[in-house]
Design a protein around this ligand. Structure first.
Ligand code: ZN
Length: 400
């Protein structure tokens, strides 16, 4: 347990107005996926001002990962905060760069997903530096690019071989402690038919009809459930989100593609999903000699081969991991109640940290995930401030 005098000394260095203003400034930075360079350079300066040693890495065409470390006496990082600088597109959001505070929330694209979490972690490390508490091990912040698409930022962290005793993914969890995420396998099935005039469909093979058969069969696939001790039971899912096919209303469609989002649970991988769907397509082909379909990993915004090969996998951290325990105690100390524990149906970059780097990783962050990506995106200021305090205490516990 960390001395409460040290805890109080650090918490006193958290200035609420500064935390809010810093988050607002981040929200006002345009950083839609692909344009992470400017905010990364600005963050590098801010991390250095907060007392950290900073490294910028060009991950892809000026898209920069920023890693800041507040070093300790000993080599190595005790706790790594992980966040992403990119946001989804503005879409139909009215004032995406507003950053204004209204109804107790900071409004704007990225406020919740997830500049708030990133800001809270930086403010927490800054408070430790300002308090002058000598750390045994370092505390680090990694602000990565491209979480919203091809995950090149976390992929680069893996290539660098970053190490830490524990990590916190700062994505919005509504201040719940999330210790597992699902994987997501983007799969494209293309159905091949034969073109003919729409007046004589019996002369062709309609690929849209074949796709329809497959979509119904996919809905019947039995999906696996995984029981996660202490976290509940997690079930996989399939969603056919996109269909493209045909050439004209009065033609027989010779080709049709469906894109599906197969969410996976521990024990499943991209290749087990492909095999399962291959089997289903083979069964349909056995029943219908005109049924022809091909299968691949693909989604409309992916073109980078390494991520297609790697896939995005489920990840689990046991509740007795030091980082989970540190967050439980820190949350209780700040909020006065035990933290709610669970998993997310979504995907998190904790996949890279847990599965590739072997770092026990928890997700704990301010903000309501249901507001992410919507035109109502906003961040509750109270949650932002709580997260900042909880992060500071968790970092002390992991690094003192
Ligand atoms: Zn996010």
């Amino acid at each position: 347990m960390v001395d409460t005098l040290i805890q109080e000394k650090v918490l006193r260095q958290i200035d609420e107005h500064e935390v809010v203003a810093f988050t607002q400034e981040m929200v006002r930075f345009e950083s839609q996926n692909g344009n992470e360079g400017p905010i990364a350079r600005w963050l590098a300066d801010r991390l250095a001002q907060a007392g950290m040693e900073v490294q910028l890495t060009d991950v892809h065409r000026g898209r920069l990962n920023v890693v800041g470390v507040l070093p300790g006496r000993e080599a190595g990082i005790g706790l790594l905060f992980h966040g992403h600088t990119d946001t989804v597109p503005f879409l139909n959001m009215k004032d995406p760069l507003s950053g204004e505070v209204a109804d107790g929330c900071i409004w704007g694209r990225g406020a919740c997903d997830q500049k708030g979490g990133l800001a809270a972690s930086i403010m927490a490390v800054q408070a430790i530096a300002r308090a002058g508490v000598p750390l045994r091990k370092g505390v680090a912040v990694a602000a990565v690019v491209d979480e919203e698409s091809e995950h090149r930022g976390s992929y680069a962290l893996v290539e660098q071989g970053i190490q830490a005793d524990g990590a916190i993914v700062t994505e919005p969890s509504g201040l719940r402690l999330v210790l597992a995420c699902k994987g997501t396998a983007p799969i494209r099935i293309t159905f091949h038919g034969r073109i003919a005039h729409g007046a004589t469909p019996w002369l062709g093979v309609n690929a849209i009809e074949k796709a329809a058969k497959a979509v119904l069969a996919l809905g019947e696939l039995p999906l696996r459930t995984a029981d996660l001790p202490g976290l509940g039971s997690m079930r996989g899912s399939i969603n056919v989100g996109l269909i493209r096919g045909g050439t004209a209303y009065n033609n027989v469609a010779h080709e049709c593609s469906i894109f599906l989002d197969r969410r996976t649970v521990p024990g499943e991988t991209q290749s087990t999903c492909l095999a399962e769907i291959r089997q289903l397509l083979d069964r349909l082909a056995a029943e219908d000699p005109q049924f022809r379909a091909t299968l691949e990993v693909d989604r409309p915004d992916w073109e980078w081969e390494p991520i297609k090969r790697r896939g995005l996998n489920p990840a689990v951290t046991p509740p007795d991991a030091a980082v989970a325990q540190a967050l439980m105690r820190a949350h209780r100390a700040v909020v006065g109640e035990p933290v709610a524990l669970g998993y997310t149906d979504g995907y998190l970059d904790m996949d890279f940290l847990v599965n590739d780097l072997g770092i026990p990783t928890a997700n704990y962050g301010p903000g309501d995930l249901a507001l992410a990506h919507t035109d109502q995106e906003r961040l509750d200021v109270g949650e932002l401030l709580t997260a900042t305090r909880v992060y500071a205490l968790a970092a002390l516990e992991m690094c003192l």
